[in-house]
Design a protein around this ligand. Structure first.
Ligand SMILES: Nc1ncnc2c1ncn2[C@@H]1O[C@H](COP(=O)(O)OP(=O)(O)OP(=O)(O)O)[C@@H](O)[C@H]1O
Ligand SMILES: [Mg+2]
Length: 208
């Protein structure tokens, strides 16, 4: 796992918001849970997400250090036609903008945000308009400022290369995106039809 000079104890402390904020206020569909068996697999999912976006979406990314949030954003950038190599997980810079793709992409990393004032100073809310797609790592630090309708993606470690990735729509627009994503993903990858055990066996075969 990459350390990034980041310390785990602070990683889970949320920014205090005046208004109580919840992860998901208006779930409009059931969560979609996938198992990724490699960083390429996560990257591919990101690419399909990038291809089905129509503009203006907010993608809130949750999950511990090194679970693949940046990897997924890199795939999204590629799916949008932007350079995936440009996408890094910034240690001190909170916001990166990418304009080379089909839609503008803003990649934020709120890991170091500690207070509502710091959150405000990022100008985060100004990005939630027009066609700009926003992908936000450590979105739990900015919950109070996020649009109601968003795609929530939660990643967890399961093994060295294995992650669970759960996607949830919290409003009608993100619901449509997820519906398109599920259709496209099932066309472009057999992974969604493969059980975790089959996927692992497949990986083991590839490695040997
Ligand atoms: N299935 C997988 N999906 C994504 N990344 C994986 C997977 N298996 C292994 N990895 C590795 O895990 C690391 C994930 O790093 P990444 O920077 O994407 O995580 P992150 O969640 O953005 O971390 P941080 O919270 O520090 O920003 C990479 O080194 C990647 O190669
Ligand atoms: Mg990251």
């Amino acid at each position: 796992m990459r350390s990034n000079g980041r310390k785990r104890p602070n990683a889970t402390r949320p920014v205090k918001a005046k208004q109580p904020a919840t992860r998901c206020n208006a779930t409009s569909s059931l969560p979609w849970k996938l198992v990724s068996t490699s960083h390429q697999h996560t990257d591919r999912l990101g690419q399909v997400i990038g291809r089905v976006l129509r503009g203006g979406e907010t993608i809130a990314l949750y999950g511990p250090l090194g679970t693949g949030k940046t990897t997924l954003v890199r795939g999204i950038a590629q799916g949008l036609g932007a350079s995936p190599m440009a996408v890094t997980s910034p240690t001190f810079v909170v916001i990166h903008e990418y304009d080379q793709g089909r839609l503008p992409l803003v990649h934020m990393d709120l890991y170091r945000i500690r207070t509502p004032r710091e959150l405000e100073s990022t100008g985060l809310t100004e990005y939630f308009s027009g066609l700009t797609v926003t992908a936000i790592e450590w979105a739990d630090k900015g919950l109070a400022a996020l649009p109601q309708d968003r795609i929530e993606i939660t990643l967890h470690h399961r093994a060295v290369r294995r992650r669970t990735i759960q996607l949830l729509a919290t409003g009608p627009n993100s619901d449509q995106v997820l519906a398109r994503l599920r259709r496209q993903y099932s066309k472009t990858s057999g992974a969604s039809r493969v059980s975790p055990r089959q996927a692992l066996n497949r990986e083991a075969t590839t490695r040997s």
